[in-house]
Design a protein around this ligand. Structure first.
Ligand SMILES: [Zn+2]
Length: 270
């Protein structure tokens, strides 16, 4: 999509098949069959976003990489497609000037470093929430050894963030902790056009209809819930898209006042 002067492209690195139990142990295994329609799983993308401003080529999240991951209840992540998408857009690894990582879970950092812990994007600065470094690189968080080694060996090309920070004009990292301690969203703004890249702060729009549903891997579920509530309110004024939203489509929350207006206009209530 064109967002003012920015070109924004969604790229799936692969597929994340999600069981109802992803959203909490108390969620019934046969909940919402219209969503978990195939083998009791919803097939969601492992999303990355490429933003081209004319001067900078910014990648938000680095997928799972050439890897796969098995989770309980038959859930599985299969990655490896990011460079197919980048290639189709005419973008190579050396063109990326910045990589903004929403958080350090394996399906968001996979392409940062190769198995020898060398940078896959040789010219890129890497931006992330400093608290995720503490939790995943130095702490108990689960991280692939070559990714940890890469973070440790190439710290000179990284920006660990402790507060909301402008990456470049119109691209701002906004700290949104909970899913992980250093989770951040990326706010895009060009003229009047705005878009919020949500990472995994909201996994899926279905959580709007199911406010008690958490996300598997929420490091601090209470803070994650609070952050999610705040973001739903934010999405009443600007559109947003998460890394695992179906089809990586952006959406907006209709505020209650607009429900009435829509009903008066005779359109279908949403
Ligand atoms: Zn994720």
């Amino acid at each position: 999509m064109q967002l003012g002067a920015m070109q924004v492209d969604a790229i799936a690195d692969g597929t994340f098949s999600v069981h109802p139990k992803y959203f909490g142990g108390g969620v019934a295994g046969d909940a919402r069959p219209e969503f978990f329609g195939r083998d009791n799983l919803a097939w969601l993308p492992i999303g990355c976003f490429l933003i081209r401003t004319g001067e900078r080529t910014v990648l938000v999240d680095a997928g799972l990489g050439p890897d796969q991951d098995e989770l309980p209840h038959g859930m599985r992540l299969v990655g490896g497609q990011l460079f197919v998408g980048l290639g189709a857009l005419g973008v190579g690894a050396g063109d990326i000037t910045d990589v903004v990582i929403t958080h350090f879970h394996t399906d968001h950092v996979g392409w940062l470093f190769d198995l020898a812990a060398e940078p896959v994007f040789p010219n890129a600065m890497i931006w992330y929430g400093a608290a995720d470094w503490d939790y995943f690189v130095n702490g108990p968080g689960d991280i692939r050894p070559h990714i940890r080694d890469g973070f440790l060996a190439h710290a000179d090309r990284q920006h660990p963030l402790t507060h909301d920070t402008t990456v470049t004009g119109g691209i701002t990292a906004v700290l949104t902790p909970g899913h992980t301690p250093g989770h951040l969203c990326v706010s895009l703004e060009s003229g009047p056009a705005q878009l919020l890249l949500l990472g995994d702060a909201i996994t899926c729009p279905i959580q709007l209809a199911e406010p008690t549903w958490h996300s598997y891997g929420d490091v601090d579920p209470t803070t994650a819930d609070r952050t999610r509530q705040r973001l739903w309110t934010r999405l009443e004024t600007i559109p947003g898209v998460g890394a695992h939203f179906p089809a990586l489509s952006a959406g907006q929350v209709l505020p209650p006042s607009r429900w009435i207006a829509t009903a008066v206009n005779g359109d279908q209530l949403q």
